[in-house]
Design a protein around this ligand. Structure first.
Ligand code: G5P
Ligand code: MG
Length: 228
């Protein structure tokens, strides 16, 4: 395992299916001090529980569209505030939020009030050509956010989560058609978001065709700046 000497507050960027969730769970295993929030996982839990918010979110998600900034910002910042994450000493990882510069500004505003900041933003750069097959073979365990892939990391028992034994499901938006739309949405907002973080000097990129290639690069980047 890796020990942090400084509190890491990292955001993972990357196209749909680039492996944000996969890298997140590997980092959580490697760095025990780290906690994570995934905006997509929160939304899928809301949908599963059939809440008002879940119903509203689903209308965007099935179309591969981003939720309105106000809605998602309220949701994620509420979670952040409820945890002890706003303490300057906390180490955490964000997956899927912020996705637009408006969201990034809102988060920075909140963090500033607590003397905290985002200190690393990493873009996972994976060729679009290898991604579609990944998500067509993806199964998820909604309560935990654990992801599987029938080829790459299949569950030990088909259709069931390794840890809880509960059933796995397909995501509403993991079809070729919706995936295309999600990719378009990503490409629309990502450039200006990257520029925003480039300006504050925290942006890095790690490239690779597989998560096994990316993980050691990502870990290296983190330990070189935050580790012992
Ligand atoms: P999400 O949930 O944030 P996306 O589209 O950003 O969704 P996604 O699809 O969750 O991202 P990922 O997390 O980057 O992708 O990828 P992953 O799950 O780790 O890996 C994908 C699959 O590939 C898995 O099956 C994994 O096992 C497999 N895999 C990993 N590595 C490899 C490998 O090396 N080889 C192979 N063969 N397979 C591999 O957002 C969903 C929706 O929620 C809303 C939007 O509607 C969005 O479309 N939303 C927001 N809206 C507005 N603002 C926000 N901030 C929002 N956040 C969410
Ligand atoms: Mg994900």
């Amino acid at each position: 395992t890796t020990r942090l000497l400084k509190p890491l507050r990292i955001l993972l960027l990357g196209a749909p299916g680039s492996g944000k969730g996969t890298q997140t769970s590997r980092l959580l295993k490697e760095i025990p001090q780290l906690s994570s929030i995934s905006s997509g996982d929160i939304l899928r839990q809301e949908i599963k529980s059939e809440s008002e918010l879940g119903r509203e979110a689903a209308t965007y998600i099935v179309q591969g569209k981003l939720l309105p900034d106000v809605l998602i910002t309220r949701l994620v910042t509420f979670r952040l505030s409820a945890l002890t994450w706003l303490k300057p000493s906390a180490a955490w990882l964000l997956d899927g939020f912020p996705r637009t510069t408006t969201q990034a500004l809102a988060l920075d505003e909140l963090l500033k009030q607590h003397d905290a900041d985002l200190n690393l933003v990493v873009e996972l750069d994976v060729p679009e050509s290898v991604i579609l097959e990944r998500i067509e073979n993806r199964y998820v365990h909604v309560p935990s956010g654990r992801v599987y892939n029938l080829q790459y990391n299949p569950p030990k028992i088909p259709g069931l989560d390794d840890i809880t034994g509960e059933p796995l499901t397909k995501r509403l938006d993991d079809t070729a058609q919706v995936f295309k739309k999600r990719l378009e949405e990503y490409n629309k907002t990502n450039e200006s978001l990257k520029k925003y973080y480039e300006r504050s000097g925290v942006l890095s990129t790690v490239s690779g065709e597989t998560s096994d290639i990316i993980f050691p690069k990502l870990l290296n980047l983190i330990t070189s700046q935050f580790g012992d």
